[in-house]
Write a protein that binds this ligand. Sequence first.
Ligand code: ACO
Length: 401
Amino acid sequence: AIDVTRLRSDTGYITFDPGFANTGACTSDITYVNGEQGILRYRGYPIEDLAQGATFIETAYLLIFGDLPTRAQRQEFRELLNEQELLHEGLRHHFEGFPSNGHPMAILSAVINALGCYHPDLLEITSRDDFLRAAAKIISKVRTIAAWSYRKAQGLPFMYPDPKLSYCRNFLHMMHSIPHKHYEPTDKQVRALSLFFLLHADHEQNCSCSTVRMVQSTEANLFASVSAGICALWGKLHGGANAGVVNMLEEIHAGNTTIKDYIESVKRKECRLMGFGHRIYKSFDPRAKILRQAAHDMLDSMGYDDPLLDIALELAEAALNDPYFTDRKLYPNVDFYSGIILRGLGIPVNMFPVMFAIGRMPGWIAHWNEANTNGVAKIHRPRQIYTGQAPREYIPLDMRL
Ligand code: ACO
């Protein structure tokens, strides 16, 4: 229990808000979320409209620069990303140092941070042009690094990016092409990937975004700040949840448990229903609705019936009709259906959080820039409520019992 009298006399008044559920740490113009009504907007545009009409790259531009690009601006941004897609050959050698079973999230965060060593001129950003170059480097190279971490684990030769390909096709090419055989995804697969990235592109002050802003508040560089964001994303309650969903669905598919038994074990609090619940959304997560439809569309176009999608639909139906979940306002979140899409793209489960990180990169960069250019920003320094020992006397080593 917290002794409030002592707390006040020690420190004055402090807001005690574990998990920062009610603390606004900054102001921001980037993303609006209304969790009660299930509303998400990037720079004022409803997520449903962006999902319908925009590509991931247009959305990245919107988040970072504040407005949708004109045709000429989109072309210029695409060309800039193409120019930046190759990794310095020195960085290629970093991959050799990792064990082949090294987790791709560890590789991603380490190599993104190491990018700063290859671009020391961008460790201090002093102009819009510097920022644009650093942002384009990260958004473009994160794909190459992610795909190479997978190739490394598979013992496959690294596939260099192909500037003729769009952002998403290029990523799938680096993941799945083999020498002399270009991987040819369908248009629906490419669209599903673009949609996956777009829907993950920002979500205001979640744990990883807050981490990026926290690191930035020390005036750390962009590479280091987003690398910290990747680490924060890794956990299974955040970017690792999409892998948790597929593992859960696979357990049910393998017959190790049933939907009914799984729900019962969740209610006994032995485990969580992965891909359900959200700190902010208390009605529904609009991204989950869009991804559920996208998963159907993509699988239909491939003529592939993924049994995990049927299990997911049945599981969601069971939970949404159970007061345990509805009383606690637990609904499917963005991760519930996204793993089905990733499986359809041939992405292995340990790469799922990496896919989230690629999508989230424009959001992190936009927040870093907003904080970096905001004149009233302060170093982040939460307080604590000390619950340890009262003052006591030091005991020399030979007198300790
Ligand atoms: N399954 C079962 N019960 C749940 C779940 C769940 N997925 N989520 C919350 N609850 C229950 C809790 O046990 C608690 O019940 P109680 O009041 O009886 O103790 C109540 O709902 C409130 O839960 P909290 O943990 O306080 O909610 P919080 O806002 O802190 O957590 C979180 C949000 C971490 C997303 C949580 O819902 C969760 O663990 N979900 C599963 C993991 C997941 O899908 N994460 C992805 C989130 S979205 C993203 O990061 C992109």
